[in-house]
Ligand binder design. Structure first.
Ligand SMILES: [Zn+2]
Length: 184
């Protein structure tokens, strides 16, 4: 029961945004979600080929890797920044064991009405209002930091792949930087 309250809050705050939205903006949000689903498929294809997740979205641009052009799915139609990639990618800190409700991709810049689309590790996409987005990311980063902390402690007593540990540490540093930017 405790977990129901935040879910209701998410539903109502996104609804408030949707009510005042033009048909064009609605289509653009749908397009953004479709982009994310496509990028999620590319990430899955990369993982099945290399048995590890891409370090960054740039890894998906290898022409021989996947059929189709990933680049055209990397720009959100509501992103006015002119950046060739609208999305921030979060490398999973524990591979396939990453919780399915972790966010793996999100709009780096909020849409003009303050919402952001997110792709979950499960492949599901959703649109979140800004407050809910920040809350979800902060919770996820706190959880990831616990996982990374445990791994580093274990590394002191048992043999652990050093490259994996380095990747996890990089992922943790990136997450802390993102949180600091969001909290500004
Ligand atoms: Zn978007």
């Amino acid at each position: 029961m405790i977990r129901l309250a935040p879910l209701c809050a998410v539903a109502s705050s996104v609804l408030a945004l949707v009510v005042g939205r033009s048909p064009e903006d609605s289509r653009n949000v749908t397009q953004c979600e479709e982009n994310m689903k496509k990028v999620g498929v590319f990430i899955a294809q990369y993982e099945s080929k290399y048995r590890h997740y891409p370090a960054s979205l740039a890894d998906l641009k290898e022409p021989a890797l996947i059929s189709g052009d990933c680049v055209k799915f990397l720009v959100c139609p509501l992103d006015r920044s002119g950046d060739p990639c609208s999305y921030e990618y979060l490398h999973p800190v524990c591979g396939d064991a990453q919780p399915q409700d972790s966010i793996s991709l999100y709009d780096r810049n909020a849409h003009p009405d303050g919402s952001r689309c997110v792709l979950y590790f499960s492949g599901r996409v959703a649109e979140l209002a800004e407050a809910e987005f920040k809350h979800a990311l902060a919770e996820q980063f706190a959880r990831d930091r616990e996982i990374i902390g445990d791994e580093i402690v274990k590394a002191g007593t048992a043999a652990l792949d050093p490259a994996l540990t380095a990747r996890k540490r990089e992922a943790a540093i990136k997450r802390m930087r993102i949180l600091m930017e969001l909290e500004r």
